[in-house]
Design a protein around this ligand. Structure first.
Ligand SMILES: *Cc1c(COP(=O)(O)O)cnc(C)c1O
Length: 232
């Protein structure tokens, strides 16, 4: 895909984001765009960067580290959004600004311990299995409060909010339901943990941006609509 197309797509997705915010009666600019560049080359990341995009999400650690090295001269905020294996926590703690996919205490503790002292705390979201899908990542909704209370004590982490990947559904109204449930979980956490910087609802992808924004998403994670289909 040519750089020109990526830039056009960035402009189109930003327009879609802003019109969804407006339709929902939300403040312009109150949700941001995370460009998901998994399985896409560094040149595509650079093309999006040239269109003004600064935050990028990656799922596969080695692939991400290679791109970070190739693009080290760019001022990029890197988000890890893939499954976190225990033996990968050190490199995530050392090389990313955010991790959206914390779903157990062991991972949270390791990331906190392994975050280098010279870096600010790692921004984390707790991933929730909001649609209760069998064998999917994410904490069960009823585990959220207990995990949150522990995460809030970890000095190497900044606890920013919740993340979910709901089961795919077709209609706008069906898409809204799990996003609403995630927002309600965050509302409760904010009441119970007023000392934490819980400002992030990481929800919404290419096919459900509008429903996510309607339900309060502050960070949509968009791959296909920016970079095109991925080879599987
Ligand atoms: C791949 C991925 C996305 C982007 O999905 P698209 O449908 O391509 O927009 C968002 N979030 C996570 C966690 C992903 O793995």
């Amino acid at each position: 895909m040519s750089g020109h197309t990526v830039q056009d797509n960035i402009v189109a997705v930003r327009g879609r984001l802003e019109s969804a915010l407006q339709k929902a009666g939300r403040t312009p600019g109150s949700a941001s765009l995370l460009a998901v560049s998994k399985k896409k080359p560094a040149e595509d990341v650079q093309a999006a960067y040239e269109a003004g995009q600064r935050s990028f999400g990656e799922n596969y650690l080695q692939e991400a580290l290679d791109k970070q090295q190739a693009l080290s001269m760019l001022d990029i905020t890197w988000h890890f959004i893939g499954a976190v294996q225990s033996n990968k926590t050190r490199e995530i703690a050392e090389h990313f600004d955010w991790c959206h996919t914390v779903d157990r205490l062991k991972t949270a503790r390791r990331l906190s311990e392994q975050r280098p002292d010279h870096l600010p705390p790692l921004n984390v979201c707790l991933q929730v299995n909001i649609s209760r899908q069998e064998s999917k990542s994410g904490a069960a909704p009823e585990e959220v409060e207990t995990l949150a209370a522990e995460i809030a004590t970890l000095p190497g982490l900044s606890f920013r909010g919740l993340m979910a990947i709901p089961a795919p559904t077709v209609s706008f109204n069906e898409q809204r339901l799990p996003f609403r449930a995630l927002r309600e979980l965050l509302d409760t956490l904010r009441i119970n943990h007023p000392d934490q910087p819980l400002d992030t609802l990481s929800m919404g992808m290419s096919d459900d941006i509008d429903a996510a924004i309607t339900e309060g998403s502050t960070l949509v994670r968009v791959g296909t609509a920016i970079f095109g289909a991925r080879a599987s």
